[in-house]
Design a protein around this ligand. Structure first.
Ligand code: GDP
Ligand code: MN
Length: 395
């Protein structure tokens, strides 16, 4: 699961990571109110307004803007909220901005030079450790640094049993070229960041940039977390951070019914139980001259509800010219699946593409009878070859 920058910063703050302070706003008026509240704390008295979408590269796409007075806050917020933000991570259609983060401007002038670093912690499955990846070249795309200056990216392996050891935090601060108070602040920052990362069972936390301010504070200016879905049951408070507006609606609907759904480009929708059988079914569709419109594994216990939900997802796609349902009755009985298909078919109504059902295994014959007797446009077949022939006929 992914979360927004403002939510990520909340998690960081709770764990003692120093952040660029900000307040989320859903309207230009809220943005002005937020700016007023933040005013006293800032160095320049300016603000930076940041589009909250699940995508990086916002700065280059016009999703991060500096405002020097309250009128500018209002004007920029009016333009940003509701805009379709396009960055290299959103695809050409972009993402709709529904809220913004009004943050204090932390790039103020001061006694020393400001510096931007890159820092992330990620799960290293190969070594069974956590890896802290960091670079003195922050602010820009880390992919670009990796390509052009690979020697400027450093790695530190953390044994999850020990956590970060003090010498490791010092080594990182040293490699980032820090000294004095900034050095001390950085070691504190690293310990707190690791604590935040572990406490939410993240598989990635990425801070780009980590800023050394001109008065030697170390702040997280941007923040991104990838949370481990399989650990979310341990964190009900994180589940509340989920923003369904940012996710693909078809996949959200599929997940709601515990279906594994992947959209593809073809014209034959398919619903199968078991991932292996689903792959084989897609092959058969191709061999008979069709192209699969999706991958859909309904899992072991295909009930009438899952069949209905699956059929709905498939038929949502206007490209679908035929549907092939391929169920192997192992644990589940074919006549029950057949009844589920008939029920779903009646309930959905208005289905004007042929639906071919292939049932094999326990009670397959009874299942076929149910389909044939239903009087619906559903066609039954038992062997995969028969099903393939029917698919060939209709595409
Ligand atoms: P991203 O483009 O989606 O990664 O968004 P970031 O949060 O990283 O912001 C992009 C860039 O905006 C940063 O790299 C900074 O250069 C700039 N920026 C962020 N906060 C401030 C700020 O408080 N003041 C100024 N002047 N620039 C900022
Ligand atoms: Mn960034």
């Amino acid at each position: 699961m992914n979360i927004h920058e403002y939510q990520a910063k909340e998690i960081l703050k709770q764990n003692g990571v120093a952040i660029q302070e900000g307040i989320v706003a859903y309207s230009p008026d809220e943005a002005v109110e937020a700016a007023k509240k933040l005013q006293k704390e800032t160095g320049t008295g300016w603000w930076v307004l940041k589009a909250q979408v699940h995508a990086g590269g916002r700065g280059k796409g016009g999703g991060v803007k500096l405002a020097k007075n309250l009128d500018e806050v209002k004007e920029i917020a009016s333009n940003m909220i509701g805009m379709q933000l396009v960055t290299h991570q959103t695809g050409p259609a972009g993402k709709k901005v529904r809220k913004i983060l009004v943050a204090q401007d932390v790039y103020y002038p001061g006694p020393s030079q400001k510096e931007e670093f890159y820092m992330s912690i990620l799960l290293n499955r190969k070594t069974g450790h956590h890896t802290i990846m960091y670079s003195p070249e922050g602010g820009m795309d880390i992919e670009q640094v990796a390509e052009q200056k690979p020697d400027r990216i450093f790695r530190e392996e953390i044994d999850p049993g020990n956590g970060i050891l003090p010498f490791q935090a010092r080594k990182i601060a040293f490699n980032l070229g820090l000294s004095g108070n900034a050095f001390k602040e950085m070691t504190r920052f690293i310990f707190a960041l690791y604590k935040a990362y572990s406490s939410v069972d993240a598989s990635l936390v990425e801070i780009n940039p980590v800023l050394k301010t001109t008065d030697d504070k170390i702040l997280a200016v941007d923040a991104k977390f990838n949370l481990d879905d399989n650990a979310l049951f341990r964190h009900p408070e994180l589940l509340e951070m989920r923003d369904l507006d940012e996710e693909d609606p078809t996949e959200v609907e599929a997940a709601r019914h515990n279906l594994n759904f992947v959209k593809l480009d073809g014209n034959v929708g398919c619903m199968v139980n078991g991932a292996g059988l689903a792959m084989a079914t897609m092959d058969i569709i191709k061999l008979s001259g069709g192209e699969p419109a999706n991958f859909l594994d309904v899992g072991g216990g295909a009930s009438a509800e899952t069949v209905e939900a699956g059929l709905k997802l498939i038929l949502n796609d206007p490209a679908v010219k035929a549907v092939l349902i391929n169920i192997f009755g192992g644990i589940v009985r074919c006549d029950r699946v057949a009844n589920g298909v008939v029920e779903a078919y009646k309930k959905l109504g208005n289905i004007n593409v042929p639906v071919i059902v292939r049932l094999q295994g326990t009670n397959a014959e009874e299942g076929k009878k149910v389909i044939d007797a239903s009087g619906l446009k559903v066609r039954s077949a038992i062997t995969l070859q028969e099903a393939a022939l029917l698919v060939k006929e209709v595409v």
